[in-house]
Write a protein that binds this ligand. Structure first.
Ligand SMILES: [Mg+2]
Length: 125
């Protein structure tokens, strides 16, 4: 899979797990630890897809998604939300985020979802 993914999570363990998973599938993987870093890196890298945590210090996932989508409304973002954050899911989708997935997630499903979403956009565009 020749595609770039930006993984954004404040938990190092989550970043490393996802980095290993996508690197193994030959993705070009970039990491960010909070929303602010994600906004900056997105502008530099222009990743095919962003997999971003909702709850993070400095700038949360929703704030970061809004900033990213203001700069590029077509940027594909998938948000990771925890159970109990279901109230924000609507706001996240309204902001233009393509999909929300609940943590804890099955990494094999996440792997398939990311691949399908990037393949679909590449076919459409
Ligand atoms: Mg978090």
């Amino acid at each position: 899979m020749e595609a770039t993914i930006l993984i954004v999570d404040d938990q190092k363990g989550v970043r490393l797990l996802l980095e290993e998973l996508f690197t193994r599938d030959m993705w070009k993987v970039y990491l960010a630890a909070n929303g602010q870093e994600a906004v900056k890196k997105t502008a530099q890298i222009k990743p095919d897809i962003i997999l971003m945590d909702m709850k993070m210090p400095i700038m949360n996932g929703l704030e970061a998604a809004k900033a990213i989508l203001t700069a590029d409304k077509d940027q594909i973002i998938v948000m990771m939300t925890a159970y109990g954050e279901m109230d924000v899911v609507n706001k996240i989708i309204e902001a233009g985020v393509k999909k929300c997935i609940a943590k804890p997630f099955d990494i094999m499903l996440v792997r398939e979802l990311m691949r399908d979403m990037v393949i679909n956009t590449k076919i459409v565009s």
